[in-house]
Design a protein around this ligand. Structure first.
Ligand SMILES: Nc1ncnc2c1ncn2[C@@H]1O[C@H](COP(=O)(O)OP(=O)(O)OP(=O)(O)O)[C@@H](O)[C@H]1O
Ligand SMILES: [Mg+2]
Length: 367
């Protein structure tokens, strides 16, 4: 079992608060990913869980036991870092067995665990090599193997793939996903890469400035972002944003007049909403479409197109100078400078208030 409960966790360095009161549950066998921009406190939060930093306030519980003050070695957690930190003078086999040998584990058991880790990570043929005779991806697998042999309650990963090239990163990402299922392990994984977060996680924790912005499954966060930050952070290309003002409110929703020159009726409202409120409308690239004849809502001018083969990303600019990206079929593209008429499908729009908080569907708000 491995259930982690974090309550009001805080950490300051030299009087600067870095982790500003975080509450979080990690359930047994969950793959939880901490994601957020550089400097938001992801590594610090992971290091607090590992016991590599002392907390300034709050508590950490593992399976009902308070481990806030417990030394790292006694927490039953194993951390894998971005820099693999292998022992250069030891063979791969010795790197894998070192922690167990140190703990006085019986030889037969050490051999069994090393063989098992080598099997899972396909390191068998490399056991006699030294780290410098390995590729980056192989070194990273050894670093993961060192964590596996310890059979920890929770695996902690801090950007373990960021030193690998793009192709290897994708391959190792898949291996990690498989490993999670094969070991039935509980994993906490830190990354600033939202694609890694979306593809690996059962549960994504979006951090920003030492606070949790939103917690949820990847698709919950993608389809129902709670605020502008999460909406803009998850998804490539990013969600487009258009500024506007509420021009009418009724029980079924509201009408927004955009600075870009269109008026859109939206099925969103909340109790506080009134005419004149500043709002931001969000729309993802896959939900922007070319308007049918006579159906134009938004006139834009095409900027550059990026042709990926499977899709084309058309970057466009509104009359108000705002940028949007439209995803269209790979065999199509817009011409630079071309005038386009776009249709905004109101069922796929998101609406945010002046504080950046989402305004939900009218029916949800009433429920
Ligand atoms: N030992 C330390 N002493 C002082 N400040 C620190 C220390 N460790 C981290 N910080 C500060 O805490 C903030 C969060 O750092 P942290 O390493 O947790 O960020 P991160 O989200 O992991 O960023 P990145 O994506 O760049 O790795 C940063 O502003 C950093 O400068
Ligand atoms: Mg970090």
């Amino acid at each position: 079992m491995a259930n982690l409960t974090i309550r009001n966790l805080q950490k300051g360095f030299d009087g600067h608060q870095i982790i500003k009161g975080i509450d979080l549950e990690v359930k047994d066998r969950e793959f939880v990913v901490f994601v957020g921009p550089s400097g938001c406190g992801k590594s610090t939060l992971l290091r607090l869980i590992a016991g590599l930093e002392d907390v300034t306030g709050g508590s950490i519980e593992l399976d009902g036991r308070d481990i806030t003050q417990v030394t790292p070695a006694k927490r039953d957690l194993a951390m894998v870092f971005q820099t693999y930190a292998l022992y250069p003078h030891m063979t791969v086999g010795k790197n894998l067995s070192f922690a167990l040998d140190l703990a006085g584990t019986p030889k037969a058991e050490v051999e069994k665990k090393v063989a098992e880790a080598a099997r899972i990570l396909e390191l068998g043929p490399l056991l006699e090599r030294k780290p410098k005779q390995l590729s980056g991806g192989q070194r990273q697998r050894v670093a993961i193997g060192r964590a596996i042999v310890r059979n920890p309650k929770i695996f902690l990963f801090d950007e373990p793939l960021s030193n690998l090239d793009a192709a290897l990163r994708v391959q190792t990402r898949l291996e990690l996903s498989r490993l999670h299922k094969e070991l039935e392990a509980t994993m906490i994984y830190v990354t600033h890469d939202q694609v890694e977060a979306m593809t690996l996680a059962d549960k994504v924790v979006v951090l920003n400035g030492g606070r949790v912005e939103q917690v949820g499954s990847p698709l919950e966060l993608y389809h129902h972002p709670a605020n502008l930050f999460v909406a803009g952070f998850l998804g490539t290309p990013k969600m487009g944003f258009l500024k506007g003002k509420v021009s009418r409110v009724d029980v079924a929703g509201c009408e927004v007049t955009l600075e870009a020159g269109a008026t859109v009726s939206l099925p969103f409202t909340n109790a506080e909403q009134k005419v004149g409120d500043a709002v931001t409308l969000g729309i993802r690239p896959e939900h922007l479409e070319l308007a049918a004849e006579g159906d134009c809502q938004l006139q834009v001018v095409a900027d550059v197109s990026e042709r990926l083969g499977s899709d084309t990303f058309c970057h466009v600019r509104t009359a108000s100078g705002e940028s949007l990206t439209m995803r269209i079929r790979g065999d199509m593209a817009s011409q630079y400078g071309e005038a386009l008429n776009l249709h905004l499908d109101s069922t796929h729009c998101h609406l945010f208030d002046a504080q950046g908080q989402v305004i939900r569907k009218a029916l949800q708000a009433a429920a």
